[in-house]
Design a protein around this ligand. Structure first.
Ligand code: SF4
Length: 456
């Protein structure tokens, strides 16, 4: 199910067939539509529509072109309107120096009033920036740490601006203009977006996708945008849909998927989440920040039995590989891993892999590589860093300094037992990735560098 996080169904362009447009959106898999207010009257109308259609939500804002209309009375009226549960954000607001339809100082003054309102109401914001990136960044940086959050909508700037927005913790959304034939430069920037920070938007009635270019855009076309993002980010369409829907639900407080996953698919691999326990406490572990990986809730209520795991997998032959990974260290349940792997092989699993912190020998008080042979085709060992000192400091293993050397022993034993072995290292500051790679190669393993902050 998809969420169109930015469209303007209140515009007169939809007066003739609004019901049909919303019905078509539903049939195309759009579960929720955020109707973004872009004027005083438009915001009121957005809220009216949210009252009529269950799937429609509203935001309150005034486009910078109309900055002069943003009086204290408007702000107070919006404060009252925002009591309605269907008001999910303040926006679209910001700065537009492309057409300069309002003087810049008035735009800045209005923008600051909306920021104060959003902070007061504790609501996310929808930002509009056109040819105004320096000023908008300066204001947002001033507000850093205040609890300000939101999305830079209709992103159309360069990679530097994208990085600044991401560093500020913002989400970004691009409209259907990334599907345009001549939008290669924008697509190049789009490829840099971490999917965890991406929202989908049509900005309808504007910017219809390439197939309908020149005609009115509408939320049902979101599916074409998903197809484009799937190509740009090398993810399946299901992945893009699930992750962006989770992102939108999270930013706009629209209700998260609470059901924890034992088995979860990303691209054509199936991952198994069999425990939330781990023998490390890595500084960078995302478990401290979120229960979600690529839109899947991995916070288990209880550890699954082998039967639970097999039931959650279904037919393992449908996937390129089945991976014991999840939100913890699976070798703390070595017997479960071995039994489940054996059964999955019997049921036709094409390949089985374990992603591990390499503590298996320490956890089970014996060398375990030999026991994995025949059940597990490959292991990915998260060595993460280059030295024992860095490992102890950054990964904080419960086994103390002994851990690093024992991980290297485990890697060596996996190679010796003919298990395809990969070592991964993170591009953390102060870590000599070359040294990490050399250690992996010397042990007979392959090497892969992972980017800090990218999971799954
Ligand atoms: S090894 Fe993985 S799961 Fe364990 S603390 Fe580190 S990042 Fe988190």
């Amino acid at each position: 199910m998809l969420i169109d996080t930015h469209c303007h169904l209140d515009f007169k362009d939809f007066d003739g067939d609004r019901d049909e447009v919303i019905e078509r959106a539903g049939k195309a898999g759009v579960a929720k539509i955020i109707n973004v207010g872009s004027s005083v009257e438009g915001s009121r109308r957005a809220l009216e529509l949210a009252g009529i259609y269950d799937m429609v939500y509203a935001t309150l804002g005034v486009h910078p072109h109309e900055a002069k209309t943003v009086t204290d009375k408007v702000i107070n009226d919006f404060r009252s309107l925002a009591k309605d549960k269907k008001v999910v954000a303040i926006g679209e607001v910001g700065l537009d120096y492309f057409r300069n339809l309002s003087p810049r100082d008035e735009q800045v003054a209005a923008f600051r009033k909306f920021i104060a309102l959003a902070l007061d109401l504790d609501r996310p914001m929808i930002f509009h920036s056109r040819e105004a990136k320096d000023d908008i960044l300066a204001i947002l940086k001033e507000e850093r740490g205040t609890g300000i959050r939101g999305v830079m909508h209709c992103f159309s700037e360069d990679a530097d601006f994208l990085k600044e927005c991401l560093d500020l913790g913002l989400f970004v959304s691009f409209t259907c203009n990334i599907t345009f034939k001549n939008a290669e430069a924008l697509r190049k920037v789009a490829r840099l977006v971490p999917v965890e920070r991406l929202l989908l938007e049509t900005d309808a009635p504007f910017l219809a996708p390439q197939e309908f270019r020149g005609s009115r855009n509408e939320p049902a076309y979101l599916a074409l945008l998903v197809e484009q993002w799937s190509k740009l980010l090398n993810l399946s369409k299901e992945d893009v849909a699930r992750i962006t829907t989770h992102n939108a639900n999270s930013l706009f407080a629209l209700g998260l998927d609470e059901k924890a996953r034992i088995a979860y698919q990303i691209r054509d691999s199936l991952y198994l989440n069999i425990t939330n326990r781990c023998t490390n406490r890595c500084d960078f572990c995302i478990r401290d920040r979120t229960a979600f990986v690529k839109g899947h809730n991995l916070k288990l209520e209880k550890e699954p039995s082998v039967d639970d795991i097999l039931k959650a997998v279904g037919d393992p032959g449908k996937y390129r590989e089945v991976v014991f990974c999840g939100y913890g260290e699976s070798t703390v349940r070595l017997d479960v891993v071995k039994t489940a792997a054996r059964e999955l092989k019997k049921k036709g699993a094409l390949a089985i892999r374990i992603v591990t912190n390499g503590h298996g020998d320490l956890i089970n008080s014996r060398p375990i590589a030999k026991e994995l042979f025949g059940l597990v085709d490959s292991v990915s060992v998260s060595l993460n860093v280059d030295t024992e000192q860095n490992y102890t400091r950054i990964c904080r293993p419960e086994f103390g300094q002994a851990a690093y050397a024992r991980i290297l022993d485990f890697i060596k034993a996996c190679v010796a037992n003919n298990i395809e072995t990969e070592v991964t290292c993170l591009d953390l500051p102060g870590v000599d990735v070359g040294k990490c790679e050399e250690a992996a190669r010397n042990l007979g393993a392959s090497f892969r560098m992972r980017s800090y902050g990218v999971v799954g």
